[in-house]
Design a protein around this ligand. Structure first.
Ligand code: UGA
Length: 277
């Protein structure tokens, strides 16, 4: 089976591509880093059976300052890819959506990033109803782990603690996230790629337990062996939701898989990897 992975050089993409090494899949990578833009990709030569679409601009708070780029990369990129998939008979697209489409629990996004991901789901819906293109929108919940992004809390806080620098908290640190280890995300993607039941699905993919930013600092400090890290309290960001928590039942029904890496274990795993860098 030929699998096209867009955004293959990004955080989740790198983990995914590595996981398919020595598998029977033929992996074709597409990433802006290599000069290949998903907005203009031509699939007539690649002819993939399945696409894992991870390319796009990430970052909730950063999307306030550059909304056009989020729409262009995430929405135009996705519609182009779905249309290519329709033209070339791709079996299914498994694409990155986000917990941020849920907003503050009312399914109303509060960031341009969240809105752009909501729009990708609408595109998927239309392409299924009109053209029968099958897809799964994977709503990832605050992913961390190997190759983790440095703008995200887990990587940023860990690096600051190691450097003995103060850790900036946006707000009072009581906001909570369903932090999800990338190994669980990769396993969930494998299951979505292989599930025979896919039509037009949307699934939360999260560890299923929420922890506050303060909990995160405590867990990282413990794993790193740092005593009393210095904290600076900054302004809360309006694009941040108060809390996220996944409901993995749709993923379970579709694929039989449920994430299983617990928070403390995942943080220890991440710190171990970081130390090896
Ligand atoms: C993350 C990713 O950045 C998005 O790409 C992804 O789609 C989203 O998860 C998701 O779940 O859908 P976010 O939850 O904001 O977004 O993740 P972090 O950037 O790691 O922030 C986690 C929490 O830490 C937030 O409450 C944030 O306000 C806080 N934080 C972050 C700080 O207090 N200080 C910082 O310096 C950075």
């Amino acid at each position: 089976m030929r699998l096209l992975v867009t955004g293959s050089k990004g955080f989740i993409g790198r983990n995914l591509v590595e996981s398919y090494r020595n598998s029977s899949y033929e992996i074709v990578e597409l990433d802006l880093v290599d000069g290949a833009d998903v907005r203009t990709a031509d699939l007539s030569k690649i002819k993939p059976d399945v696409i894992v679409h991870l390319a796009g601009l990430s970052g909730v708070r950063a999307s306030d300052d550059d909304p056009e780029s989020y729409i262009s990369n995430n929405v135009e990129g996705t519609v182009h890819l779905f249309n290519e998939a329709r033209k070339h008979g791709v079996e299914r697209i498994v694409y990155a959506s986000s917990s941020s489409i849920h907003g503050n629990g009312d399914d109303v996004p509060v960031s341009m990033y969240g809105l752009s991901k909501r729009m990708t789901e609408d595109i998927a819906d239309l392409y299924y109803r009109r053209f029968g293109v099958k897809s799964v929108g994977m709503r990832f919940f605050t992913v961390y782990g190997t190759y983790g992004r440095e703008d995200m809390a887990v990587g940023k806080f860990a690096k600051k603690m190691i450097a003995g620098e103060p850790v900036p908290i946006y707000g009072d640190g009581t906001q909570s996230r369903d932090y999800t280890h990338v190994d669980d995300i990769v396993s969930a993607i494998h299951h979505c790629v292989e599930s025979p039941r896919v039509t037009c699905d949307y699934v939360d993919i999260g560890a299923g337990k929420a922890f506050t930013v303060m909990d995160l600092i405590k867990a990282l400090a413990e794993a790193l062996g740092v005593n009393n890290p210095t904290i600076i309290f900054c302004m809360r960001h309006c694009a941040d939701v108060d809390a996220t928590l996944s409901d993995n039942s749709a993923l379970g029904e579709l694929t039989g898989f449920r994430p299983r890496i617990a928070f403390a274990e995942g943080i220890r795993k991440y710190v171990e990897w970081l130390r090896g860098q």
